[in-house]
Design a binder for this molecule. Sequence first.
Ligand SMILES: CC(C)(COP(=O)(O)OP(=O)(O)OC[C@H]1O[C@@H](n2cnc3c(N)ncnc32)[C@H](O)[C@@H]1OP(=O)(O)O)[C@@H](O)C(=O)NCCC(=O)NCCS
Length: 187
Amino acid sequence: MSVDEVVRIFGVPERVELAEGIVVRRYVEEDIAPLVDVVNANLEHLKPWMPWAQEPQTVEQQLDWFREADRGWADGTNYVYGIFDADGRIIGGSGFHIRNGPGVLEIGYWLAADAVGKGIITRVTEALTAVAGGLDDVTRVEIHCDVGNVRSSAVPRRLGYTLVRTEPREIVAPGETGTHEIWSITV
Ligand SMILES: CC(C)(COP(=O)(O)OP(=O)(O)OC[C@H]1O[C@@H](n2cnc3c(N)ncnc32)[C@H](O)[C@@H]1OP(=O)(O)O)[C@@H](O)C(=O)NCCC(=O)NCCS
C-alpha cells in the first residue's frame, strides 16, 4: 500500500446496545453540549492519558470536532461513538480508528470517573470487537495504550487480546511514558 492510500471500511453500525441499558452510538449534534460538560467535569481524570483533555473545552470547539467525526462516518475512515447509560447520560466514548493499515480497526475508549470500575469498557470493547469481526475486510482489531496506563491495558488482557509488541511513541499526555503497548486479536 502506498503511504497516501486511504483505508476505508464500511458497514459499521451507528448503534450497539449492551445489557443494562448501556448504549454505544454515533453522536448527534444535541449530544455535544452535554459531552463538553462531562469532559470538563472529568479533566483531572482524563488529563494523564488523553491529549485532547488538557484544557477545558468549549461547545464551539467540540462542534468542530463533531463535524470532523461526521466526515469520518461518511467517508469510512474513522468511527466515533458516545457511551450512554440507561438514562441517556453520556458516560464515556469509544470508537474505531482506521490508521494501522488494511483490515485493521483500532478501538479507543475513555470513561467518566464515576463510571470506572464497573466493567463497562470491557463490555463495550467486547461488543465492538464482535462488531468488527462481522465486517467485511476486517481481519484484526488492535488496542494501543501507554505501558503506564494499567487500567487501559487490563481491558484487552481481560478480553483475550495478545500483547504483540511495544514501541516508542511521542509523549502527548502527561501520564505517558513514551512506550506504547500494541494489543491485537484476530477476528
Ligand atoms: C481506561 C479506562 C476506560 C478503563 O476503565 P475501567 O473502569 O478500569 O475498565 P472497565 O470499565 O472495563 O472496568 C473494569 C473494572 O470493573 C470490574 N468489573 C466489574 N464487572 C465487570 C465485568 N462484567 N466485566 C469486566 N470487569 C468488570 C473489573 O474487575 C475491573 O475492576 P478493578 O477496578 O478492580 O480493576 C478508564 O480508566 C479511563 O477512562 N481512563 C482515562 C482515559 C484513558 O486512559 N483511556 C484509554 C487510553 S489508551
